[in-house]
Design a protein around this ligand. Structure first.
Ligand SMILES: CC(C)(COP(=O)(O)OP(=O)(O)OC[C@H]1O[C@@H](n2cnc3c(N)ncnc32)[C@H](O)[C@@H]1OP(=O)(O)O)[C@@H](O)C(=O)NCCC(=O)NCCS
Length: 175
């Protein structure tokens, strides 16, 4: 059985190993995601950090951090999703999806309006992330992998804006 719970300080080392393993085994390769989580935490930017556990072992992790975002001159309450990683031998069983849905549930409850991410559209489209939603927002990551999800149905997409990740992301190699 897979259990989902908030991560604690005591999980930091295992979470770091998990991201090293998950990203090293992936097509994109390891890009410093373990260090990113540690830096987000040190900066108090790790507002949501959730793990999947099986038989007492952590097999998945997802993080959310606040972004600096504005649209048509108004501040937007936006989060950045990532990193998200699942142990290579546990992938393809819905763990990544469950972690991402847990992140969305928390963010909606807390009144966040949007979530941005940089990732493969072939994976993230299933959760409602669209490049079109992120397109009005200037970013160093603009392009087909730059996607966003609107959490608040009353929120109208602005004509133009800007969205910047928490500062820890600047140190990430591939992002
Ligand atoms: C991406 C990741 C978190 C997904 O976790 P998971 O537990 O395997 O995800 P789920 O079981 O919920 O979903 C699996 C589905 O996603 C698909 N998928 C996974 N990675 C994908 C990708 N990069 N592009 C397209 N589809 C992808 C699988 O083919 C599978 O498809 P199916 O449902 O049609 O069978 C995991 O593969 C991982 O840790 N990858 C390495 C790290 C990484 O790339 N993280 C994301 C960075 S943006």
């Amino acid at each position: 059985m897979t259990r989902y719970r908030a991560a604690g300080d005591e999980d930091a080392e295992v979470i770091a190993s998990l991201h090293r393993e998950a990203f090293s085994a992936s097509d994109r390769g390891y890009g410093g995601e373990a260090e990113l989580v540690a830096m987000l935490s040190a900066d108090s930017d790790l507002v949501f950090s959730h793990v999947a556990e099986e038989d007492g072992a952590i097999v998945g992790h997802v993080a959310l951090s606040p972004m600096r975002a504005e649209g048509d001159g108004n501040r937007i309450r936006a989060l950045g999703l990532g990193p998200v990683g699942v142990s290579p031998n546990r992938q393809g069983r819905g763990i990544g999806s469950a972690l991402i849905e847990a992140a969305h549930g928390w963010a909606r409850e807390q009144g966040w309006q949007m979530i941005f991410l940089l990732g493969d559209p072939a994976y993230y489209a299933r959760f409602g992330y669209l490049a079109e939603t992120a397109a009005p927002f200037a970013s160093p990551y603009a392009g087909p992998y730059w996607q966003a999800l609107i959490l608040d149905e009353r929120f109208a997409l602005p004509k133009s804006g800007r969205a910047d990740y928490a500062r820890a992301f600047a140190a990430l190699e591939d992002e």
